[in-house]
Design a protein around this ligand. Sequence first.
Ligand code: NAP
Ligand code: ZN
Ligand code: ZN
Length: 349
Amino acid sequence: MHVRGYAAPHPRVVPTPFSFTRRDPGDHDVAFAVSYCGVCHSDIHQVDEDWGPGIFPMVPGHEVVGVVTEVGSAVTSFAVGDRIGVGTFVDSCRVCEFCRRGEEQYCVEGDTPTYNGLERDGVTPTFGGYCDRFVVDEAYAVRIPDGLEMAGAAPLLCAGITVYSPLRHWGAGAGTKVGVVGLGGLGHLAVKFAVALGATTTVFSHSAAKGADAARLGAHAFVDTSDAAALAPLAGTLDLIVNTVSAPLDLERYLDLLSVDGSLILVGLPGAPYSLGAGTLVSKRRTVAGSMAGGTRELQEMLDFCARHGIVSDVEVVAASDIATAFARTRASDVKYRFVIDATTFAEA
Ligand code: NAP
Ligand code: ZN
Ligand code: ZN
């Protein structure tokens, strides 16, 4: 099928109009008209090759929501007209223990990334959601619950699940003290989830002007990290910190804030390694861990949680022709709090 989208033609070049074809839907596939696609900082890292060589032309986008237009003969979970979403992967081995539990992002053979990857055949490049039409195996799509507004739901497919998963895995809830570092796309959703789970939530931001937004999002405290002395009073007090920052950071500053047995979870993915000393970990039996997005089981759980709690992303809806501006403002930490592309505007390109 013919698809109109935007692709980065080469590394470090912002996406421009690009037409391409997708497979026609097979027996297990669902085709959908894309409604919105979020702009994740990972899109920028991959266009910039921060994580290594990319596959170009690259159609980014792994926060894709739309409305089903066609279903294959064997499809059982979706019907024409259903609201559907696709996140960070579109396939996996399907038989390993992680695939069987719906944690496809940890597939032992590696998942098939929604873009900047190859299908299981090892040769066909995958193209993401910066486009007007999508085809996916029904097993790799989720249902957008009624009541979640579509533009605000799109960022849940990556930003949302990436913070929901570690908050749940490490037990954020009533009686716990949670820190969120970086108030961007991931960070603002982390605040909404941590607050909804009942945790006392502190935001750490290098943008002092975001303090009012942190309060509006429900955070109980805001720390301006550009003030060197601001963190000291919190030393040893937090149970869990989720670091969403896209740039390298002094991790020891945040480790110091953890109580005994506290955990610092890395979800931000700067290209460069962190450095940390053993002493800060050893002195309070602290843990540093990482977490990647989330699988189909937890994606659906998170979306249902969002429907119950009325959680969607704060978004700025933009046209395809504004992608360059969205990239520039995201790079500058100037996002309120996710750019989402209106997919009807791809037809105008
Ligand atoms: P984003 O919207 O750009 O937010 C990142 C935030 O980090 C910024 O808003 C800013 O918050 C803070 N920040 C940026 N540069 C900084 C600097 N130099 N020093 C201190 N703070 C800085 O990005 P995002 O889409 O939320 O993604 C965040 C990171 O998570 C990216 O690296 C992305 O690739 C990664 N990610 C990982 C996964 C995963 O599976 N683990 C999934 C999605 C994204 P303040 O202005 O509040 O300081
Ligand atoms: Zn993402
Ligand atoms: Zn697998």
